[in-house]
Write a protein that binds this ligand. Structure first.
Ligand SMILES: C[S@@+](CC[C@H](N)C(=O)[O-])C[C@H]1O[C@@H](n2cnc3c(N)ncnc32)[C@H](O)[C@@H]1O
Length: 197
C-alpha cells in the first residue's frame, strides 16, 4: 500500500475506522491534528467533516508536514521490506496541498511546515486536542508526535497511529510500544491502526 509516492497512503477500510473514531470525539473538547499529512488525502476528509457536520463546527484542523519528504531513518526503522522509505521520499509542496483544499471547495486548515522535532508546542499546536492522527512513518517521527500531543489531549481524546505492525515500518510499532510502557493508555489495534484511548 505504501510502496510508492503516488499510491493511496491509508486504505479505504482504515479511513472508515479513522472517521468512525473521529465521530466519537465530536463532544470532546479541543481541535483535530494530523502529523504527517503528505498530499492531504486524510486531511481533506477531516476538514470536510468539520465543515459538513455541525457537531464539529467548533473544531479546527491543524496539519503538519516537513513538505520536504521523510527525514533520515534511524536504526529502529531498518527493514528489508521497507527499503523504499528513504529520506526525501513522499515529498509534496505545501502549495500543492493548499491547492487541493481550494479545488475541493474547503477552507484551508492551519498548516505548519517543518520537521516535527522543530515545532513549538505552545505556538504550533492547539491548546487542547480531541483527535490526533499520527502518520509520520518513522520511529523518531512517531515518538516526537506523541510527545507533542500527549499533554494536550482532552479527556476522551483519541490518538490514532498509522502503520502499527506494518513490517515495512518497524519503528512505528517500537515507538508506540515504548510510549505505552512509559505512559498510561489503552491500546486497541484495528488493521494497521494503533488506537490509543
Ligand atoms: C505516509 S505520509 C502521510 C500520509 C497522510 N497522513 C495521508 O493520510 O495521506 C508521511 C508523511 O509524514 C511526513 N513526515 C515524516 N516524518 C516527519 C517529521 N519528522 N517531520 C515532518 N514531517 C514528517 C513525510 O514528509 C510524509 O509526507
Amino acid at each position: 500500500m505504501k510502496n510508492t509516492d503516488f499510491l493511496q497512503q491509508v486504505s479505504d477500510s482504515e479511513t472508515k475506522i479513522i472517521l468512525d473514531l473521529l465521530d466519537k470525539t465530536a463532544a470532546t473538547d479541543g481541535d483535530i491534528v494530523e502529523l504527517g499529512c503528505y498530499r492531504g488525502d486524510t486531511s481533506l476528509l477531516l476538514q470536510r467533516k468539520i465543515e459538513k457536520d455541525s457537531h464539529f463546527a467548533n473544531k479546527k484542523l491543524w496539519i503538519y508536514d516537513s513538505f520536504e519528504g521523510l527525514p533520515q531513518k534511524s536504526a529502529f526503522d531498518a527493514s528489508a521490506a521497507g527499503d523504499s522509505f528513504q529520506a526525501g521520499e513522499l515529498y509534496v509542496s505545501k502549495k500543492d496541498v493548499v491547492m487541493r483544499f481550494k479545488k475541493a471547495g474547503l477552507k484551508i486548515p492551519r498548516i505548519r511546515k517543518g520537521f516535527f522535532e522543530n515545532l513549538d508546542t505552545s505556538s504550533d499546536l492547539p491548546e487542547k486536542i480531541s483527535f490526533a492522527f499520527l502518520d509520520g512513518d518513522l520511529y523518531q517521527s512517531i515518538k516526537t508526535s506523541l510527545e507533542l500531543v500527549w499533554d494536550k489531549l482532552a479527556s476522551g481524546a483519541i490518538v490514532v497511529v498509522h502503520d502499527y505492525n506494518n513490517p515495512e515500518l518497524p519503528g512505528v510499532t517500537k515507538a508506540v510500544d515504548e510510549w505505552l510502557n512509559a505512559h498510561s493508555g489503552k491500546l486497541e489495534v484495528r488493521e494497521s491502526l494503533a488506537i490509543l484511548l
